[in-house]
Design a protein around this ligand. Sequence first.
Ligand code: PMP
Length: 445
Amino acid sequence: MSQIIYPTTNLYATETLTIERGEGAYVFDNQGNKYIEGLAGLWCTSLGYNNKELIETATEQMSRLSYSHMFGGKTHQVGMDLSEKLAQMVPMDDAKVFFGNSGSDANDTHIKMLRYYFNAIGKPGKYKVIARERSYHGVTVASASLTGLPPNHTHFGLPFESLGVLRTDAPHYYRNAFPNESEAEFVDRIVNNLERLILSEGPETIAAFIAEPITGASGVIVPPAGYYQKVQAVLNKYDILFWADEVITAFGRTGSDFGCNTMGIKKPDMMSLAKQLSSAYMPISASVIKGEMFEAIKQQSRDVGVFGHGYTYSGHPVACAVALKTLEIYLRDGVFEHAEKTGNYMQSKLKAFEQHPLVGEVRGKGMIAAIELVANKKTGEPFNDGAVGSYAMQACQNNGLICRAVAGSSLALCPPLIVTEAQIDEIVEKMRVSLDQTLEYVSTS
Ligand code: PMP
């Protein structure tokens, strides 16, 4: 089994699958078995595997300058070009970009920037962050504290109390609505809860509200219409910043360029980007803030003498070059438009699974979806542990489809953005066979 301590794995009962190579939307294991990558790795390999342009870009950049840091004002052209391209693309005013290595560290950076910013403008007491139940923001100490999932907290002594993370409702109508509550009533109730939380904590203590526009890793939750408009109205009322964690939803995943645009979120103040930023060919993240925040941070750093935050690999030139080329390919080849069209096709095909006896809800937008398996279709009663979800995920794998069981018994799909309609058909057919096998398992066990 090797000496690896596997990440996010049941260490007690680890079954390994050795992946050897990838080509387009497919990966192959060391036995030569072929799988269609229904989850784009971990929601990240947007352009698929063995993309020659990205490989050439990385190789060329490694030959020219394999490493250079960005401390003390050192810089390089690809880093500057990437920041400029990102600033043009994000729906924010005068955006400024801090580079890191992962979604988790991008979120940690943002927590520190929030504190620095509010100190700079003379509001040091405004540091708390509101995060939602069933959200995923990473696993470093600070980002795991934002994450709203028990396995990321239990036995780790998290969330860290002094970070001041406050928790509000997940906008999941199917799971969390009261009986006979309409979508509009549900939205009003949870937005009222948010406002009550703000008032009871004191708006002067709350810096930001963080949200994945569409919640990814914890179940692919698409909030009902009108939710974000109402949330933003409350946040504006109390001078609380909107922080969009777009680590999964950015770059064409949800049917438009950014999840904020898909979901009608107006100009976030901060954005976290990673994963599809480089199509996962190199690790890189970006913590993006609006210009106004940067100006205040800049002033503050003059007083201190330095903005004392940075990673050895902040702005790694090979990662920057690959990310820049990835963005160029997205725009040049109309990848977002392709993903919107193919994503609509995928959603319509998957929706038919709502007729399946095991399926409670099919949800998603663009090229991201989840199929929630339930113990009782009529009442929506969930399975009381993750065993059925794990069985279904394994059945998919045996049938040549890689997907992921999230939030217990939801099967998540998030294929590379470059998949064709024929490959969506392949995913759907393999899913159909696997769901039928899972139904048989549930009926006989
Ligand atoms: N934020 C979101 C929304 C994510 O989905 C993830 C990873 N799935 C992260 C942050 C953390 O990213 P990483 O695993 O690169 O640290």
